[in-house]
Design a protein around this ligand. Sequence first.
Ligand code: FAD
Length: 517
Amino acid sequence: MIACLERYVHETDTESRQDDDVSSICNTLDLQGSIESGGGSTSFAYKDFGGMYSFEPLAVIRPSCADDVARVVKAASRSSNLTVAARGNGHSINGQAMAHRGLVLDMRSTEVNHFKPLTVNGVYYVDVSGGALWEDVLKRCVLEFRMAPRSWTDYLSLTVGGTLSNAGVSGQAFRYGPQTSNVTELEVVTGKGDVLICSENENPELFFGVLGGLGQFGVITRARVVLQSAPDMVRWIRVVYSEFDEFTRDAELLVTLPAKGESSFDYVEGFVFVNSDDPVNGWPSVSMDPEHGFESDYIPPTAGSVVYCLEVALHYNSEDNLSAVDTVVSGLLGRLGFNRNLKFQVDVSYVDFLLRVKRVEEHAKASGIWDSPHPWLNMFVSKSDIAEFDRAVFNKILKDGIGGPMLVYPALRSKWDNRTSVMVPDEEIFYLVALLRFTCPNPKAPSIEKLVAQNHEIIQYCNKRGFDFKLYLPHYKSQEEWKNHFGNQWTRFVEMKACFDPMAILSPGQNIFSRLP
Ligand code: FAD
């Protein structure tokens, strides 16, 4: 069933047949939205944030509603080989939102369709469009009703549909689970062109299948997201460890406190940095305010080539007494064994905290590294294997850094609904490892191929050592690898594909199934 994208359509006669297809489709679709093809108007859709793949679509469609999406999918199903890729904000790394000579749905055009707060049984929700950016959801929810979603990603210029098709993970996931655990209802256009409402009780197969389903079963046009009341402020703190076992012990303590009925921070993440003065990979990457630099003399001589930073945050409101905030923070920090001389903190507004990576984006755009290729590797590694991962990967393979953040922080499996399509390790505690490589457009920098090869070396090491791990935002080239990724869930995944997208029209860029004629 699996075929590489390159295999899809190559011969000229097939291409001209497809051109005929697209013009006849354009004529018959009768969309409320718009269609663009040729003349460079579709060029944005054959690029993504990864910058490593490029597949030109036949046309980009800007749907204006779920009905438009359904018409496009139905029209594609009447053709012999057209595929349809929903594109959120194109922040995939490996071409997942592309459709080689297929139809790309630019879901951003639907972003204003839904924005409706509601209360069900005392719980607050907001209905938002699949094509809405999380940053806009945040700003509107806070501004209009001082509420906000509970679970985030670190960077918010991503769409609701795009992150729900993967998982959506950040430092709140230990409390609330990933974003896929924080939606209760979806409107989905299936690969048959049916517009369905789904939830735990209504079409549950579709609901759980679509969450983390890599766009394989339907296009999310609306999501009902759980809200909490939005705090005004955040105390954002970084503390440093020279020993990995102390870092993980403290991170695990913080993420397990709520289950014991004890208070904890609202956000817990961590990252590895190089034990050197390298401006990008080393000590300077930790300090949060220019007035308070990193005093490296406090790192003990016994420290290895990399050291660790635990990053935490506590929410509070403007009217709260700051000494009460100090007391909570020092009570929690007092339980941790970090290097007391290496602590950094700032107080920022809640919205600025959640938009923190936007500022990184602005700098990276100015220096040109935002638009360079990003051979990223994201994985979930079980607690049992993370110490060896640290020794072999962080301390050896990546000891000089990667030109960007190397995140490592724990999540709790019990907060991840195992009815969704997201694959995570079996253990209750597992770590998100994110190697967020930024590359310089510089001839001396290692080639992209070398960096991709280094990613493979890491994956191979984990396989060889029998680690309990899963790729996050997975990307594979063969069916064997996809089968292996899904393990005992593969049969279910294939059955759901047969049920909801039997001709394999949707999300061809994931490279899981081939379009059936
Ligand atoms: P796209 O890349 O456009 O699409 C991703 C996949 O979803 C494609 O297969 C596409 O066909 C499908 N899809 C898109 N929209 C829909 C829809 N409406 N319905 C069904 N399928 C759809 N992830 C995290 O979990 N946590 C993070 O902190 C995080 N930080 C990131 C920071 C940056 C700078 C970047 C570039 C990525 C980050 N990611 C993070 C990864 C991100 O969540 C995924 O790449 C996500 O897919 C991007 O969303 P998007 O809207 O750009 O989706």
